[in-house]
Design a protein around this ligand. Structure first.
Ligand code: HEC
Ligand code: HEC
Ligand code: HEC
Ligand code: HEC
Ligand code: HEC
Length: 222
């Protein structure tokens, strides 16, 4: 009678099980890396927009302030996207016939907002509020990057929970004079930390910022 389980079959079974375990561990490691990679966080990604609106052009070259278009950023949770007539304050005069701007003219004529595709977005179960960050002097550039250099807007930061928490644990060094929140270039300030060493600490006291409360789950999950 032939032997069903030979000694070599047993070895093959063990080797096979070891392989399965290794592949499984490999998958876990790969997934872990994947969650951190730009595929998952969308950092640096741009999306096709109905109109190739350029922040580099309008902010960087023309010097238009963020609040001209994102009017509610100081007073509400949402920064908001500009309604079409804001574009038309200029584009009823310049580039009036440009094919590139056809969707803008059509939007104005029909009263249908331009369907911008969002790049900076949190899941619905997270609460975020612009106005509190702006009123404490957290600059736009800290969270959105150098939009004045972006021909098409790309997400600058991962917007993961640990990214929010890293600042909430110790916001002092991120605080700036609040009348300058829309300023993009802080390299001069960053080059001389000793001149500003006290600023963050003073603001923490003035605004009564308590990191312990800021990392409480209910701050962002309500
Ligand atoms: C304060 C004036 C102003 C406003 C407001 C404005 N633009 Fe412009 N835009 C310009 C000027 C000036 C140019 C031409 C720049 C050049 O060619 O040097 C331009 C160029 C453009 C172009 C051509 C591509 C490019 O960037 O050169 C597009 C597309 C455009 N604007 C879309 C928009 C949209 C969409 C809005 C509204 C969200 C808007 N603009 C609001 C002044 C403005
Ligand atoms: C002339 C109008 C205009 C100005 C000025 C402007 N923006 Fe925008 N912004 C837009 C428009 C239109 C969009 C939607 C299209 C896009 O994503 O490029 C947008 C999109 C954005 C988004 C992405 C929102 C999302 O979720 O897709 C961010 C972030 C942003 N702007 C930040 C800024 C900052 C910071 C400034 C100032 C430094 C600024 N913008 C100045 C018109 C403007
Ligand atoms: C502390 C980080 C932080 C700062 C500072 C910040 N933003 Fe945002 N911004 C976000 C996050 C997070 C979102 C996504 C919000 C969501 O999806 O609920 C966002 C979304 C936006 C959007 C998309 C529309 C909206 O309201 O959701 C615009 C436009 C925008 N920000 C502009 C600005 C401008 C302009 C400034 C500076 C005046 C600014 N942001 C400062 C984190 C920040
Ligand atoms: C660079 C620093 C920084 C980053 C990044 C940041 N925050 Fe904040 N956040 C602050 C500061 C400063 C305050 C104001 C605290 C105060 O006045 O008590 C604040 C306040 C808040 C509040 C209001 C708390 C309250 O008492 O009502 C919420 C909600 C919030 N942040 C959510 C977020 C979320 C969600 C993210 C990530 C997507 C984020 N923040 C990223 C600095 C930051
Ligand atoms: C400063 C804001 C903030 C605070 C405080 C915070 N969270 Fe989050 N949380 C977020 C953001 C932003 C996300 C979305 C992450 C993403 O999309 O990758 C998130 C996602 C989550 C998720 C979904 C799974 C995941 O990890 O992506 C869980 C669960 C969660 N938070 C639990 C908690 C608990 C429990 C606490 C308290 C110990 C807490 N959070 C405190 C901002 C916050």
């Amino acid at each position: 009678m032939p032997q069903i389980f030979t000694a070599s079959a047993d070895t093959r079974l063990r080797t096979g099980m070891l392989l399965v375990a290794l592949v499984f561990a490999g998958c876990l490691l790969f997934l872990g890396g994947f969650m951190d990679a730009t595929y998952a966080t969308l950092v640096g990604w741009v999306r096709d927009q109905p109109v190739p609106f350029s922040h580099a052009h309008h902010v960087g070259a023309l010097g238009i302030d963020c609040r001209y278009c994102h009017t509610s950023v100081e007073v509400s949770a949402e920064a908001g996207l500009p309604p079409t007539h804001v574009c038309m304050t200029c584009h009823s005069e310049i580039w009036t016939g440009a094919p590139m701007l056809a969707p803008v003219r059509q939007s104005l004529a029909t009263g249908t907002p331009i369907a911008w595709r969002r790049v900076a977005r949190l899941p619905d179960y997270v609460y975020f509020n612009h106005s509190i960050h702006i009123s404490r002097g957290v600059p736009c550039v800290t969270c959105h990057g150098r939009v004045d250099r972006m021909p098409l807007l790309a997400r600058a930061e991962p917007f993961q929970m640990r990214w929010c928490l890293a600042c909430h644990r110790d916001p002092a060094s991120h605080l700036r004079p609040r009348d300058q929140v829309t300023r993009m270039d802080w390299s001069e300030w960053d080059r001389h930390p000793e001149r500003h060493a006290d600023f963050g600490r003073r603001m923490m006291a003035r605004y009564h910022i308590e990191p312990a409360k800021l990392i409480d789950c209910s701050t962002c999950h309500r």
